[in-house]
Design a binder for this molecule. Structure first.
Ligand code: ADP
Length: 583
């Protein structure tokens, strides 16, 4: 039937053409031309559409690469700043309206929302709350995790048995797409976008996946870097925090050291590194062995795998010596054999040991003499009938010897405490005049029989010191002045102000000190040997104690003396901060 109708139309059309004098073949020609033109136009249109799509895809790819490049530059940004940036970019690249990012726990059972895109934040009431979801009970949007692949739902409003409904306050979704983020085989996060105007397609999946995978790599990189930095920091604190010098020796030279090593050797890193251990020793050790020989022996044994423990004397960059305990053992660093040494300064401990030895010898020498006297005289007084006059004389001897013994023990204990740094100094501003006057008053009383005078200018600033300890200094100096000068002679206590300090002195008209002894009298147990001095009691600890106290005050003590004429002991102490003067 339609064929008959077509035929009828054709016959009518042909007769109409003939009436108008148009040839049939011309009509066919024009119709063909028109058909071809229409076809070309359609092809061109399709091509243009394909080109536009391709250009758009290229533009999106470019935008994503740009976003990834910017992500790489976000080295100082916080995790939140990074994820916010990526989420906003994901929303922009997929032309969505909302987006979210959630992290999955280790065993992929619980998902915690980490962040929402800015628009979602504005639209969604629940976006401000951190939310946790169990993967097995999640609705349609959990499919991406369960199926371990991106899922597009272009009609989110359509009924689906997997849907569980929105939590209250959730933004209304009409399109949704989400993709799991993998770390190897494991899903670590889920990124989702929604409400694009057009339908989501594979291009969107690619954009979202590549961008969020890039983000994960960035986060991982930062985690590794942070962990590396933290571990390096931890080791640095460990090595720098110890109180011992730690050094590394390779091919006979120091190649690495901690700060304590530089402090101990009083060197800069340039002065220390690159030099050999032998260069930091005196030629001969206290045990009389040649340093070079001893060190080489230790190094050979340590290289053979036998950890070495030894005592060694070292020379600092400023030329001073110190005694140390060394442990040396073999290590390897980047395939190269090295030696690691821990060097502990034992100078103080050695000094304490020496002090103890000295005490033992002091007990045997200095303490025995007064004790023998006390024992002898008391025994005599107990067993014999002695006249009252003689009794008093003997008791005075017993008293003096006991006093001497008590002073000796007191000084010794003080010195030991100071050396062990157990002495606590209570520093405050101390006025010098009352200090000198009190000391003078103590020594002016009978039976000392010396004229003690105080000569101090007015307006002396206070010094920084521990008053009780400064009394101890003055008492020691004054008792020496009394001991070593004749009865009836004058003892002067004076003071002056210097630039940043006050200097006070104790001057006597006594026996004086020979020039060669001047340097030594401040040493422990040093006593100038002469018969007139031997008459006086003492163990040679008083001036050692004076020097310890003054040094602990950041002060200075020295003596000027002329043999047979007298001595002056000077003590200079810093004045209290803020009272610096013209000098
Ligand atoms: P001690 O007086 O107990 O022997 P010190 O340490 O106080 O010990 O003094 C050390 C030595 O210095 C004394 O033995 C003495 O020879 C000398 N000395 C100290 N003060 C004076 C002084 N004012 N005059 C002369 N010699 C002194």
């Amino acid at each position: 039937m339609p064929r008959i109708i077509n035929l009828v139309y054709f016959i009518r059309f042909e007769s109409a053409c003939r009436e108008k004098g148009v040839a049939m073949h011309e009509v066919v020609l024009w119709v063909t031309i028109a058909a071809i033109a229409a076809l070309v136009a359609v092809i061109l249109l399709l091509l243009r559409m394909a080109m536009r799509k391709r250009t758009e895809a290229l533009r999106l790819n470019e935008a994503r690469l740009e976003a990834l490049a910017r992500l790489n530059e976000m080295t100082g940004a916080t995790l939140r700043e990074v994820t916010d940036f990526v989420l906003d970019e994901a929303v922009r690249l997929t032309r969505s309206t909302i987006g979210y990012l959630a992290f999955l726990n280790e065993d992929e059972t619980v998902l915690t929302i980490h962040s929402w895109s800015r628009v979602a934040l504005e639209e969604c009431l629940m976006a401000t709350r951190p939310l946790e979801f169990r993967v097995e009970t999640m609705g349609l949007w959990g499919e991406a995790i369960r199926q371990r692949r991106p899922v597009i739902t272009n009609d989110y409003r359509a009924a689906d048995p997997r849907k569980k409904g929105y939590p209250p306050g959730h933004v209304e979704l009409y399109r949704h797409m989400n993709a799991p983020i993998f770390d190897g085989e494991r899903i670590v996060a889920l990124a989702g976008v929604g409400n694009k105007e057009a339908e989501y397609d594979e291009t969107d999946v690619r954009q979202l996946t590549l961008l969020t995978q890039g983000m994960w790599r960035h986060i991982q990189c930062r985690r590794v870097n942070d962990a590396l930095r933290e571990s390096a920091e931890r080791y640095r604190t460990l090595v720098e925090g110890v109180n011992d010098a730690i050094v590394t020796v390779r091919d006979g030279a120091f190649v690495n050291c901690n700060r304590k090593a530089l402090e101990l050797f009083r060197c800069t890193a340039e002065e220390f590194l690159g030099r050999s251990p032998e260069q930091f020793t005196p030629p001969v050790q206290p045990d009389r062995r040649k340093s070079g020989e001893k060190i080489r022996e230790m190094i050979t044994a340590a290289l053979a795998g036998r950890t070495q423990f030894s005592e060694c004397q070292y020379r600092r960059c400023d030329g001073t010596l110190f005694q140390a305990e060394v442990s040396l053992n073999r290590t390897e660093y980047q395939g190269k054999v090295e030696l690691q040494a821990v060097i502990r300064d034992v100078t103080e401990r050695k000094e304490m040991e020496q002090l103890k030895d000295e005490m033992i010898s002091a007990v045997s020498h200095e303490m025995r003499t007064p004790l023998t006297a006390v024992l002898g005289f008391t025994e005599f007084l107990l067993t014999s009938e002695v006249e009252p006059e003689k009794q008093r004389e003997y008791l005075r001897i017993v008293y003096n010897e006991t006093e001497r013994l008590s002073e000796l023990i007191g000084n010794f204990l003080d010195l030991q405490r100071m050396k062990a740094r157990q002495m606590v100094y209570r520093l405050s501003g101390v006025e010098v005049r009352p200090l000198l006057e009190e000391a003078a008053a103590l020594f002016s009383t009978a039976p000392r029989k010396h004229r003690v005078t105080v000569q101090v200018p007015p307006d002396l600033p206070p010094v920084r010191g521990d008053e009780a300890r400064l009394h101890q200094v003055l008492n020691n100096l004054l008792s020496n002045a009394v001991k070593y000068s004749p009865e009836g002679s004058e003892i002067v206590l004076g003071a002056r102000r210097d630039a940043d300090s006050v200097t006070f002195w104790v001057r006597d008209e006594g026996i004086g000190i020979a020039p060669e002894a001047l340097d030594r009298i401040f040493e422990r147990f040093y006593r100038v040997d002469s018969s007139d001095r031997r008459m006086t009691g003492g163990a040679g600890l008083g001036l050692a104690l004076v020097r310890e106290i003054v040094t602990a005050h950041n002060g200075r003590v020295w003596v000027e003396s002329i043999l047979g004429k007298g001595s002056t002991f000077y003590v200079s102490l810093p004045i209290v901060e803020g009272v610096r003067g013209e000098g």
